[in-house]
Write a protein that binds this ligand. Sequence first.
Ligand SMILES: Nc1ncnc2c1ncn2[C@@H]1O[C@H](COP(=O)(O)OP(=O)(O)OP(=O)(O)O)[C@@H](O)[C@H]1O
Length: 273
Amino acid sequence: MSTTSPPLVEFKDVTFGYGARDILSRVSFSVPRGKVTALMGASGGGKTTVLRLVGGQQRAQHGQVLFDGQDVGKMAPAALYTARRRMGMLFQFGALFTDMSVLDNVAFPLREHTKLPEALVRDIVLMKLDAVGLRGARDLMPSEVSGGMARRVALARAIALDPDLVMYDEPFAGLDPISLGTAARLIRQLNDTLGLTSIIVSHDLEETFRIADHVIVLANGGIAAQGRPEDVRKSTDPLVHQFVNALPDGPVRFHYPGVSVADDFGNSQGGRA
Ligand SMILES: Nc1ncnc2c1ncn2[C@@H]1O[C@H](COP(=O)(O)OP(=O)(O)OP(=O)(O)O)[C@@H](O)[C@H]1O
């Protein structure tokens, strides 16, 4: 059963940097099948980079990035293409094609990647739009839908090809609280009803902790904490504590390093009065 099935995504001792500086250093973790996994951590910690390694847009310099047991970094172009078809991606703000209707936006991956007859494409698109509550909005143009609706259209597009894995990069960015709650519930619901595995990169602690089964906190090139949301919340690691409590100061400094306040103020030597 699911407890014994191997993880859908696995990082084994992965090191990756853009140039000389390592962003991830000997990182290992698993993304359990059928679950919602949240990837969190301070800005610049490498969360988007993790998604790019899974999608094969970047390759690890050391270690393995496994997707369904296969090393993404070693895949030839054809195998990578096949693997990517099994991944839905919803990147920041999930930009829609502005010159296409909602229906055509969702149909796009089906028309690009399959040879399905147009009548079937339409039926699949309407099913996906129905799943996100927007079947009735099929003929609208992106300029005619709200930000929250546009995000749901992008979600329908991300699941158009029935992926095994959906990766969301900041799916809640810029949404009002109601749309944010709707988007979060939808991610959870689609994960469960369609039997997906989901990875969410998000800064929204409350909403993400509410819907995630598993949380991974990245910091300083490694994993500061991982586990169930309630366990990560209780972590005594100072970095994780600062992060989950949104404290401005802690191991991650609020102030950029500089001379002390006492030395800086009331000392006009050389400065202008
Ligand atoms: N193409 C690139 N070339 C060089 N450096 C990059 C590139 N993409 C990202 N970086 C750097 O790598 C680090 C990690 O970036 P990444 O986008 O993975 O972080 P993140 O955790 O997703 O951040 P955020 O939460 O702000 O989106 C950052 O310091 C960033 O400046």
